[in-house]
Structure formats: structure tokens, C-alpha cells
Write a protein that binds this ligand. Sequence first.
Ligand code: GLA
Length: 691
Amino acid sequence: MIKTWHLGDSRQSMVLASFDGRLPEVVYWGPALPEGEAHQAIAAASIADVSGGMVDRNAAVSLSPEASQTFPGHCGLSVRDKNGTQLAPDSRFRSEAVSEHGVTLVFADDALGLTLTFNLALDAKSSLFKLRSSLESADEIIVDWLAAPVLPVPAHTGEMIEFSGRWCAEFLTRRIPFAPGARVRDNRTGRTDHAHFPGLIVCSPGTRNTSGEAYAFHYGWSGGHKMVAEELQDGRRHVQFGHASGSLPVGRTFHSAPLYVTYSGSGLNGAATRFQKHARNLVAEGARSPRPVHYNCWEAVYFDHELDELRSIASQAADLGAERFVLDDGWFGRRDDDTTSLGDWVIDRRKYPDGLTPLIEHVKALGMEFGIWFEPEMINEDSDLYRSHPDWVLGPADQIRGRQQLVLDMSRQDVRSYLYEHIASVLKHHDVGYIKWDHNRVLPVVDASQAEGTYALIDRLRADFPQVEIESCASGGGRIDFGILERTQRVWLSDSNDALERQRIQHDAALFLPASVTGSHVGPRKCHTSGRVLDIKLRSWTAAQRHMGFEMDPRELTEQEAATLRMVTGWWKANRDWMMQADILRLDSSDPAIIAEQQLAADGSRFVAFAAQMRPSDQILPYPLQLTGLDPNAVYKINLINQDEAPALSRGAPLLKEHDLEVSGQYLMSHGLILPWRFPETIWVLEGRRL
Ligand code: GLA
């Protein structure tokens, strides 16, 4: 007996089948199948042969492959009774509940008292599947591994793009072939972390940004994940995501986080734009619109807070176009450096004798909103909080410190109440519109209840202070995922304000993140994290590609630099309404020295393209830049908005240097635009409008 289920929309279909009541398996996932397709036939046709040296029936790559079925690879569930004896559930169909966009399937092993539930839904707005597994047990058990619903990936997709990174270099991608055996990533840092963005894109060798097939995955969880991408010895491949190993406490009820997946037949961009859209939808309700231009004082003053100086910086930031002033680390306890005071969330009266109100009033009088930095989950030993509650610390006393700090145990109600009271008190007594919520070290132990505790605290604060936006920061991009984005409205993508590094990080983060949530600031002339000196034009346009802000000391700006920054900020404000809703389409530049993207308005009526010359090209003439996502039959008017930046060494007369171009979408996508020659570490910006 075969039971089948189908989920899908006009872009993709997923067909599941359960044979003789056993756990369901995905028997088709790919381009949308026609209406009325015979799902039973597809299920029956999915049965593979058996040959020499094999067991007599192939164990299914089910939503949770089972050891009891002689599954020859990494199982979807690894569970022990409370004495430590391994259990091997053999689950059978119990019930189903079908709704408009999804299905809930319940399977159980009655003898072991284990019930597995799969929630499978397709988000109609973004075309992302949201998949979740839950496990219930009659007795207390130890769960070593609970995969979110496990999905097979087809044989013709032989490669995977996975993510690594480090401080100041988030979202590094690596494209590697599948090979027999498992590629395992087990992120035991206790947070999403710079080195472990929980994503994977399975694709064909020929898949590019703008063409080819891609199966993309993202695990929406901030507590550290494990990923398994395995090729079995029989050639079948599958992908699993779940919480990091060893992070689930003994209990009776367990859940995976949501796994977001999508199939794209239109290159990496097809998947990227759905993740971007989903993230835009997640934050839409809580986020200020239009997105305000930020000023953050961290790289201007660090811990040296002086009221008059901050006032003067705020005035200059407002004059440059800032609309939100964020007071970073250093305003509380006796925080003169990073050795002290985390946990003591009371205003430092040495620095602010009359409290924060004088600064806030000044900021507001300039027409800006006031934002403030917290690092709630952390504690310094040199703090009143530690002196009164040393027992609130997570992990052993002799653990290695991180940035001289320890971590609070967020699973404790008293810890969360303390933090709530102190943060709420600042919010109640001041006109604060924004929190930058930091998390500057990895955890000493991996425990899912830590991330759950943080989620609960943020949820409580958001419920009571819905007008206060929150930015997720963890030494830059150490906590970026859809779990945190369900409750925060912006991410600090990286501590690197080096515009060249940002170009690369932003480009790769756009595989999942839209502009509206991705903070990007114009840093100091000489970058504090790379030592590199970059021109204000590149720095300004790079920030203008995302949610724009400034972070340098404005007093360092020459008049010319200030004028450029003011001009680009004005341009950003004039365009942000549509850009913050636009799809970021990564362009396939023929020249590896160029990183290029196109932001296409939701209605397709306009776009802006950015082409950054990261280093000198090998060939002397710029290759044509091919655009994407346009209507081939429409005519577009193209204008190179910074055409006056062509250097004297650009001696020829490419049309865009002096004129606009009116030409078809087909030409723009197939032939591409010839840009003037220019120096490395510069950027061209092109505007296009459909006529
Ligand atoms: C982290 C953040 C920075 C800044 C400092 C303050 O490193 O990523 O942006 O807020 O903390 O200590």
C-alpha cells in the first residue's frame, strides 16, 4: 500500500510517499509537476533495483532514515533510553492532517513509546518549504540527533556550496564535489557563529548565479547546528540538518528548528531571492520604514564616551544624513575597556552625570532616533552582578574566558528576569528606538536551552516594547539565521568596514539576506580591522548597497569626502523605498576581478547595478557586464551615474561615459554593457528604467 502527499506551487513540487505504512520519503523534488500528475505512479516508479552484495530491499532515504531498516548511512534519529541503551525505532503511520499549504504526518513506534511528527509546509509568499521534525517519548530519553526532515538530492547535482568564515570574513563559500561518505559540519560553538552559517546549496557543476539547478537549505536556529551531506555507497545522496550534537537535554519532547529549503531552476539567484523575500517578510512588521540611515559611534570613540564630543559627532552625523544614532559599548557600569562591567546595565554616572537624557535630547533635536548597545547574555567577573551571583554563570568555573568574559545561563528564569528588568528600565525611562544586541564569545558548553532562553527574553522585550527595533550582532556576523531574524530586524553583517571585504561578504550573504536587514557602514578612511586605506566613493557606494550607515569619526572627513558621502546618502534615501523591497541578483561577471550585482525592483520597472573592481583585471579591456532578470522585449534606459569618475587613463569613448543608452532587455542580458576602464578598488553604479 502506497500513500502519497504533494506540496508545491508554480515553481516546484515535492511528492512524498509512504510504503506499507513506513516512514515517508521524498520521491520527487524539483520543477513543478503538471496538474493531475499521477503521484502514485511516481511513488511506484521510485523503487530502485537491488543487485549483488545488497540487502533485499533498499532502506528508504525517508524523512528520518532508520537503523531498523538497515539504512546504510547517517540515520535521521539517534536516541537512547535514560540508561544509555541505543534504541532503534521502527515507526509506522498513525495520522495525517492536511492544510492549505502543508501537511502534518505522525508516525510512531508503539513498543518504544516514540512518536515522530513531521510538519511540512510551503510558504506561498516566498516559495520556501518550512520543514520541522518533533519527537515525543513516553519515557525520558537521551536524543543524540534529531534531524529536521531529511531530503534526498538528485544524482545530477554533484556539488555543494557550503559556508565557513571567521571574524571579519563571514559567509565564505566553498564549492566541493559530493563523494562517497559524509560531509559533516558540527557547530559546537553554541551560537550560529562566523564559521558556520547554517546553509547549504546543492547544485550541478554548471550552476551559476543566473542559470542552472540549485537545491538550497537553511536551518533557522541560533544555537549551533549540525549538517550531514552524504553520498551512500549505492550512490544515493541526502542532506540532514539539526541542532549541534550533544545540545539537547534529557527529556520527553524534542523539536528540530525549521529547515527552509527550495528548488530553483533559475540558478543560485532563484533560491537566493526566495530566502531574501522570506527574510524581508519576517522582519516587515517590526522594522521601521523607511529604513533610517545609521550612525554608530563605535569606531569613532570606542569606550571613550564624552558627552560634548558625542553631541558634536551626532550633529555632524545628522548633517551628513544620519537618522538614527547608536550609542555603542561603554555607557554602563565602569566600562572603560573590555575587561569589566558586562552585566551591570546601569548608566555610568562618571561619563553621564545627568544620565543619558541630555544626549538623547540632543540626538532627537537633530531629528534622529536614539539606539543603544547591550550584550545581555554576557558577564565580566569584574562586575557587581558577578560579585552577587557567581552561580549564574554557564559552564565550569575554570573555563577559558572569551574577550575576558563569561556567559550567563539563559535557561534560568532568574537570569532572564534580571536582564529583562534592567533592559526594560533603560527602555522605559528613555526614548530609545533601537537596541544593538551583541554576543561576543562562543559558549563554554553547547546547550539548546541557551538559545531558547535568549529567544524568550527577546520575545518578552519585543512584546512589551514593540517600537524598539533590535539588531543581531555577534562580533559582527556571528548570529545570523532565520531563528534570530524572526525576532530582530537587522543584522550587523561583519565587524569589517573595509569596503572591499564588505563587497565579498555582502555578495555571498545575499544568497540568503536582503538589503533591508543587512547593516553596512561607511568606516574610517584607514580601516581599523584591515589597515587598508580606501576611497570614500567605494566606501559610500558599498554601504549604499545595503541598509546604510556611517561608523567613522565624522571629524576625519575632508570637505570633499563629506560631500561625496552626503551625495551618496541622498541618493540612497531617494531610492531606499524600492531598493529595500528589491531582489538582489548576483551577476555572473566574466571577469573574476569584478564583483557585480543588480537590485531589481519588485515590479521590474527599475534596477541599479553595482560593479566593483576588486583588483586589476588580467585583460586590459573591461568585459561586457551581462545583466539578468529583465524583460527581453522591453526597452530600458541605462545611465552610468558616476560616469565622471572615469580616470584620465580611460582614453576611449565607451558610450556610457557620456550618454545614456536605450536598448532591449535581451541585449542587456545577452551581450551586456561595455563600461569604461577604471582603477582597482573603485565601483561603477548603473541605473536602469524600463521605458
Ligand atoms: C563587537 C561588535 C562591535 C562593537 C563591539 C563593542 O565586537 O561587533 O560592533 O559593538 O562589540 O564592544
